[in-house]
Design a protein around this ligand. Sequence first.
Ligand SMILES: Nc1ncnc2c1ncn2[C@@H]1O[C@H](COP(=O)(O)OP(=O)(O)OP(=O)(O)O)[C@@H](O)[C@H]1O
Length: 249
Amino acid sequence: MSARRAPASLVLDNLTLVHGRRAAVHHVSGRFAPGSLTAVVGPNGAGKTTLLRALAGLHKPESGRIAQEGTARIALLPQLAALDRAFPIGCLDVVMQGLWPRIGAFRGVPAGERDRAAQALAAVGLSGFETRPVGSLSAGQTQRLLFARLLVQDADILLLDEPFNAVDARTSADLLRLVRDWHGEGRTVVAVLHDLDLVAREFPETLLIARDAIAWGETAQALSAANRLRARMMSEAWAEEAEHCHRAA
Ligand SMILES: Nc1ncnc2c1ncn2[C@@H]1O[C@H](COP(=O)(O)OP(=O)(O)OP(=O)(O)O)[C@@H](O)[C@H]1O
């Protein structure tokens, strides 16, 4: 894939995201800098997936805004469970879905693009899987497949929702190598993660969120014991049924 990168950053300006009347993300401001590699961490229900979907343009802000500096292609790796594995579709066709934003969903796929999709499958260790139905793949193979779909999107900003969830150590290591490559190529990468050791080892920047942003910056500082305690307390302070902008007393 190409090495040139457009400067691609995302700026959050007092961003609030809701489901119904409940705030999932609450008045968050900050910036994912061009070429940055950021982990988004926080307790269950902290708003991480909702934030990623909003960054991908799939969830409209209730208030505040998300601004892009420059024009950038954005691609989202959804959680593994989001893929309909019961749908009868082959692996190469799943990878070619990544071409849809550029060539359209109902057009014939040019031979060169088909080759690129096959190369992406090979790059994630799935050579020979072209016609295999997705329902026949293991969790780790399915995650590799979703990474292949990301590869063909050739995006400037990559949003990864729990990319190493439910995969074994070897698959994690292979996929992590791809993430490092993307970072090395100057792409902007944002990943929702639960493994704090992995975050500390591999991600220079961290956004710690518990509906509110608790900390956003250099990972060791963002994940200090005090900040992690604040995140836990903040998440416990929000009643699940609390309305937009109201915390439990
Ligand atoms: N489609 C939805 N409808 C209603 N509420 C939702 C919906 N999706 C998420 N929520 C609620 O919004 C809040 C944030 O959810 P979100 O999935 O963004 O959290 P998360 O940090 O990704 O959680 P986890 O770590 O458990 O995956 C939670 O209280 C959740 O119950």
